[in-house]
Design a protein around this ligand. Structure first.
Ligand code: MEV
Length: 435
């Protein structure tokens, strides 16, 4: 039985480890050794990691990989990916190679608008509120001038502060629906600071305004929205459809199968969720490798996938005039400055590998990673099936779980080049080898 603990955050790292090892694990010595094994020998680096979050005990590793050969708007890029799932990086690399001979990926940023809201309740006359918010516009800007100064200098800032009447959905509910341009920053802190100031400005104004003496707007909360339907990027591929097999085209049968697969994902939410999960394999891996917030991206992307009232595919496909076209529109609020970007050494390396992209360029790269991943998954699904390739990539995980040594791994990887991989088949083959 675990006991409650007071002041845990005040304990030293060593004391926290002692506590968790003793209170929550069977073998405290083993736990302590394990946590220490994952520390970095470089104490400065370890301190940097310790200070990212609270109550840090150790590090939790994820593999860091790269998928080369992405031709994006005529520029070749290797894309860094952080993910634990086998076969994702291989699939991305395969899709990059496939499109390399067919003109590569084309991308276009459709918008970069970020959103934040001050949510408040008000039960008085609407026209009084409309007039007040109109009158307060210059004051909202003036009161946030210290926050927006640098962003404005670089060409970003607050783009609009609109009053939205939501009373048809919830009695008395209004918002300041605010839009921002945050350039290369993801902008969460900037947006939230502006919003909290708008809320204070509003509260101060009504506190002394005689017209609101009996029905003051009451602020509930101020926070950015991770739903960014106007911060969207498009990545696409296209190529001719021919009857003869060639490097720069696809066959009609293949194009039609791909079209059907996308159409099914557009029609059927159960399929759309898995289809989009495959897209997120690519997107999240690059989002993580570049130090961005994958929870924010996930939340926003799935909301966007349901924007027409039904959860649907993020990718689209057409077959017109003997041309196969496949593309994704995806909302991505990203940053290449601020946050972890200047703190995490591997994030810095990722940005260097990507040639120091602006946030807009990173949006395009990450959309490509999502599109490539979806293309690779659908290509397997409509041809060989997913398991053949996936299990081949998963073979090492199975062998490691079974405790195979290097020599056994080498022999069994060779053997399974010609055979179907399954847990049972690998277990049996290892047993045979050891006999
Ligand atoms: C597995 O991580 C992702 C897939 O299920 C995606 C898909 O079905 O399109 C293979």
């Amino acid at each position: 039985m675990q006991r409650p603990v007071n002041g845990f955050s005040k304990l030293s790292k060593q004391q926290k480890i002692e506590w968790i090892a003793k209170e929550c694990t069977q073998d405290p010595e083993k736990t302590k050794k394990l946590l220490e094994k994952y520390w970095n020998a470089d104490t400065d680096l370890q301190k940097t990691h310790d200070e990212f979050i609270e109550n840090t005990l150790s590090n939790f590793y994820l593999p860091y990989a790269v998928a080369p050969n992405f031709l994006i708007n005529e520029q070749l890029l290797a894309i860094p990916m952080t993910i634990e799932e086998s076969s994702v990086v291989a699939a991305a690399s395969k899709a990059a190679k496939f499109w390399l001979t067919k003109g590569g990926f084309k991308t276009e940023v459709l918008g970069t608008e970020k959103i934040g809201q001050v949510h408040f309740m008000y039960h008085g006359q609407k026209n009084k509120l409309v007039n007040l918010i109109d009158a307060l516009q210059p004051k909202f800007m003036a009161d946030t001038a210290a926050i927006t100064k640098n962003m404005n200098k670089r060409g970003g800032g607050i783009s609009a502060i609109n009053l939205r009447d939501k009373t048809d959905q919830l009695e008395g509910y209004y918002q300041l629906h605010c839009t921002f341009e945050t350039l290369d920053a993801m902008g969460a802190n900037f947006i939230n600071s502006c919003l909290e100031q708008f809320a204070t400005t509003l509260e101060n104004a009504v506190a002394i305004h005689p017209e609101f003496a009996n029905d003051k707007p009451e602020v509930v909360m101020s926070i950015l929205s991770n739903y960014v339907p106007n911060c969207v990027v498009r990545a696409s591929v296209s190529c001719p459809i021919t009857n003869t097999k060639s490097e720069n085209s696809v066959s009609r049968t293949f194009a039609e199968k791909m079209y059907q697969a996308v159409t099914i994902a557009k029609t059927e939410p159960f399929r759309a969720v898995t289809h989009n999960k495959g897209i997120m394999n690519g997107i999240d891996a690059v989002v993580l490798a570049t130090g961005n917030d994958f929870r924010a991206i996930e939340a926003g992307v799935h909301a966007y996938a349901a924007k027409d009232g039904k959860y649907s595919s993020l990718t689209h496909c057409t077959i017109e005039n003997n041309e196969f076209k496949f593309w994704i529109d995806v909302p991505l609020a990203l940053g290449t400055v601020g946050g972890l970007t200047s703190l995490h050494p591997l994030v810095k390396l990722s940005l260097e590998i990507l040639q120091q992209p602006s946030a807009k360029e990173l949006m395009q790269i990450i959309a490509v990673a999502g599109l490539a991943q979806n293309f690779a998954a659908l290509r397997s699904l409509v041809t060989t099936g997913i398991q053949k390739g996936h299990m081949k990539m998963h073979l090492l995980n199975i062998l490691n779980t079974l405790g195979a040594n290097d020599r056994e791994k080498e022999q069994l990887v060779a053997l399974f080049k010609e055979q179907t991989v399954s847990n049972a088949a690998v277990t049996e083959a290892l047993e045979n080898l050891r006999r």
